[in-house]
Design a protein around this ligand. Structure first.
Ligand code: SF4
Length: 360
C-alpha cells in the first residue's frame, strides 16, 4: 500500500479523530456521502478513512464533472470536430469515451481539437483565426459555469459557439437520496461549488429529508471536521445545514457569479452518464444567446449515446454504490494510462484518485 500524505497538524487531526470515535453509533453503520473529486482526493491521499470508526463510512457520489458528461454530449463534440469546427476543451475532456470515439481519437483521425486552460483562450483563438469556426466544450459544475457565462455575455465573435454541458450539484445529491439501498445519513457538500452557490440550495436536505449537511473545505482537517459535525448532529437526533468552510463560503454565495450565470443560462433537465435524466440539473444558453449555442448554430444531431461499455461499472462508482476496486477492470484492463471508463479518465474521477493513490 502506498504511503499516505502527512498532516500539517497531526495533533489536531488526532484530536478530531478521537472525538469522531466517541460519536460513532453503538449499533449499525453510518454512511456519509460527499460529491466532490477533490474531497475524494483528500480522503484517499491522507488515508482519512483509516482514522474513522469501522461503522462510519464515507462514500463518493457524482463529484467529477467530466465523468458525468454523457456519451451523447461527447458524440456532439466529436460530430462538431468532424464537421470541421475547431473544438476547444479542457485537457480532462479529451479522453472521455464517447459512443464510438473520444475527442482524442477524433483528433488523431485529423480533426482540429485543442486543449485550452479557459474559455477566454478559446475566444481569443476565434478572434485571431476568423477563417475558422470555433466551439468551446463547456463542461463542469457551478465552479466553471460563471466563466462560460462571462464570455457568452461578452459579445463573442461570430465564428464562435458554446457546446454547453454544465451540470448542477444539488439535484444530483437529491437523486442519491432516492437510491433506496444507499442509506445515506449525511452529506459533506463541496466547498468550491458552495463558494459560488452559497448555502441556500442545500436547505432542503435537512428540511425535507432530515439529512445533516455540512459544507466543507479541502484540507484533511476540514473533511474530518465535517464528519465530526455530521456525527454530532446525528447523536443529537438533529438535521441542520452547517458551514465548516466559512473562511471561503458565504451564505449568499458569490452574488456576482450567480448574477452572470442567471443572465446567460436557463436551468433545464440534463442527462448524467450512468445515471440518466435529472430534472433541473443542467444549464443551457438563454434564448437571447441562442446564436452562440453550438447545437443550434451547427445543426448537431446525435443518437442516444452509449454511456457504459460492457464490463465497466462506472454507473455504480458514480453514485457511490461500489468502490473502484470492486470493479473487475480496476487496475487490470482499466488504468490511468489506459482508461476504459470515464471515472478513470479525469484526475477528479473516483477510480483515477484510487488508482493514483495506490501507485504513488
Ligand atoms: Fe469504470 Fe474503469 Fe472504474 Fe471500472 S475501473 S468503474 S471500468 S473507470
Amino acid at each position: 500500500m502506498a504511503e499516505k500524505l502527512r498532516f500539517r497538524d497531526p495533533e489536531l487531526a488526532k484530536s478530531i479523530a478521537q472525538q469522531i470515535q466517541k460519536l460513532a453509533p453503538k449499533d449499525g453503520t453510518v454512511k456519509l456521502c460527499h460529491v466532490c473529486g477533490t474531497h475524494e482526493w483528500t480522503i484517499t491521499h491522507y488515508g482519512l478513512r483509516s482514522l474513522l470508526p469501522k461503522n462510519v463510512e464515507v462514500i463518493a457520489g457524482p463529484g467529477c464533472p467530466v465523468c458525468i458528461v454523457p456519451a451523447a454530449e461527447i458524440d456532439e463534440a466529436v460530430q462538431l470536430a468532424q464537421k470541421g469546427a475547431v473544438v476547444t476543451c479542457f485537457g480532462d475532456a479529451l479522453r472521455v469515451p464517447g459512443s464510438e470515439m473520444s475527442l482524442l481519437e477524433a483528433k488523431a483521425a485529423g480533426a482540429d481539437v485543442r486543449v485550452v486552460y479557459g474559455v477566454s483562450d478559446a475566444v481569443g483563438m476565434a478572434r485571431r483565426e476568423q477563417d475558422k469556426e470555433f466551439v468551446f466544450f463547456a463542461m463542469g459544475f457551478e465552479t466553471t459555469a460563471p466563466s462560460t457565462a462571462v464570455e457568452a455575455l461578452g459579445n463573442p465573435p461570430e465564428n464562435f459557439g458554446f457546446l454547453v454541458s454544465h451540470r448542477l450539484i444539488p439535484p444530483a445529491m437529491e437523486l442519491l437520496l432516492g437510491v433506496g439501498d444507499l442509506n445515506i445519513s449525511g452529506f459533506i457538500a463541496p466547498g468550491h461549488v458552495s463558494a459560488i452557490i452559497g448555502m441556500k440550495p442545500y436547505e432542503l436536505f435537512p428540511r425535507v429529508y432530515r439529512m445533516p449537511t455540512v459544507v466543507a473545505g479541502f484540507e484533511p482537517i476540514d473533511v474530518l471536521m465535517a464528519v465530526y459535525m455530521i456525527l454530532k448532529q446525528l447523536s443529537e437526533g438533529a438535521a441542520r445545514l452547517e458551514n465548516e468552510y466559512s473562511r471561503v463560503v458565504k451564505w449568499e454565495g458569490n452574488t456576482r457569479a450567480l448574477e452572470v450565470m442567471n443572465k446567460a443560462f436557463a436551468v433545464t433537465g440534463g442527462n448524467w452518464r450512468g445515471i440518466g435524466r435529472l430534472p433541473g440539473s443542467a444549464l443551457k444558453l438563454r434564448e437571447e444567446l441562442a446564436a452562440f449555442d453550438a447545437r443550434e448554430k451547427y445543426d448537431v444531431h446525435v443518437a442516444q449515446g452509449k454511456d457504459i461499455l460492457l464490463g465497466c461499472e462506472c454507473h455504480l462508482v458514480i453514485i457511490g454504490k461500489i468502490k473502484p476496486n470492486e470493479c473487475p477492470m480496476f487496475m487490470k484492463a482499466c488504468t490511468p494510462t489506459k482508461p476504459v471508463g470515464a471515472c478513470m479518465v479525469s484526475s477528479e474521477g473516483t477510480c483515477s484518485v484510487w488508482a493514483r493513490s495506490a501507485a504513488t
